[in-house]
Design a protein around this ligand. Structure first.
Ligand code: NAP
Length: 248
């Protein structure tokens, strides 16, 4: 598989840790220069930038609170200004925003949508204005939007459903410019997002997959890198699961 992304520039949101970190590293290994956004994970983002340089790619750190549209737009602008182009946008930053729908506060609900939906839209607007034909927009949704969610997760899965729907609509709008838009839907991946799960719950989640294990950040990063390739130009508007064959 030819995955040469040399000469390309990517921006990955929430790249300090977890899935975003694996995606940034994977794209850098394929040769892309990377804009790394972080919010709280400053030390982790610094370490990532060093690791990317060790792979021979360039990277810049951009502090951006996804709740703040101006931060999102500034991160895109700085990446483009630094590297002179922008080819790949990965909307990865996300939050769970737990709470049962009949009790969830307006603030928590708004935060879920600000981070998981509004920030990706702001990033897409700023990025698409700077992308050439061959541009790639990759959202990180969740398989949760396709299932009846756990109690207290409905705001999260609703927001990820919005991202899936946004992906289809946007693919049509940007297709005529040769820009693809896809939504990668991870199953359960071992990151901080799952830190509240007990060992028993993690075992049950692993058992619910066909492969028999939880996902790793690299499993998601591999699919993102595949979609970022120049050869993936006919894959667009797709919601693609990377979940080890999860049944529920
Ligand atoms: N892990 C799973 O099982 C799973 C399953 C399906 C989908 N996903 C999706 O995969 C994506 C990555 O999740 P993960 O598992 O890697 O979780 P994670 O380890 O909790 O990472 C979340 C990322 O989002 C960033 N973030 C959160 N709030 C932010 C804010 N207000 N402003 C800027 N950045 C913010 C964090 O940045 P800082 O640390 O710098 O604050 C961090 O990089 C999310 O969209 C998540 O919904 C994960």
């Amino acid at each position: 598989m030819n995955e040469d992304l040399s000469g390309k520039v990517a921006l990955v949101t929430g790249a300090g840790r977890g899935i975003g970190r694996a995606i940034a590293l994977r794209l850098a290994r394929a040769g892309a220069d990377i804009g790394v956004t972080f919010h709280a994970s400053k030390a982790e983002a610094e370490a990532l930038v060093r690791e990317i340089s060790d792979h021979g790619a360039r990277a810049i750190m951009l502090q951006a609170d996804m709740r703040n549209v101006a931060d999102v737009v500034a991160a895109i602008g700085r990446t483009h200004a630094t590297f002179g182009r922008l080819d790949i946008l990965v909307n990865n930053a996300g939050i769970l925003a737990p709470g049962r729908i009949n009790k969830i506060s307006v603030e928590t609900f708004d935060e879920a949508y600000a981070v998981n939906v509004r920030a990706p839209i702001a990033a897409i607007q700023a990025a698409a204005a700077r992308m050439q034909a061959g541009g790639r927009i990759i959202n990180i949704g969740s398989i949760g939007s396709d299932y009846m969610p756990y109690k207290g997760r409905a705001a999260y899965t609703m927001s990820k459903g919005a991202l899936a729907s946004l992906t289809r609509g946007l693919a049509r709008e940007l297709g005529e410019r040769g820009i693809t838009v896809n939504n990668v839907q991870p199953g359960r991946v071992l990151t901080k997002l799952l830190e509240e799960a007990s060992d028993n719950q993690l075992n049950d989640l692993a058992a619910a997959t066909a492969i028999g294990r939880l996902g790793e950040p690299g499993d998601v990063a591999d699919l993102v890198a595949y979609l970022a390739r120049p050869q993936a130009g006919y894959i667009t508007g797709a919601n693609l699961r990377v979940d080890g064959g999860t049944s529920a």
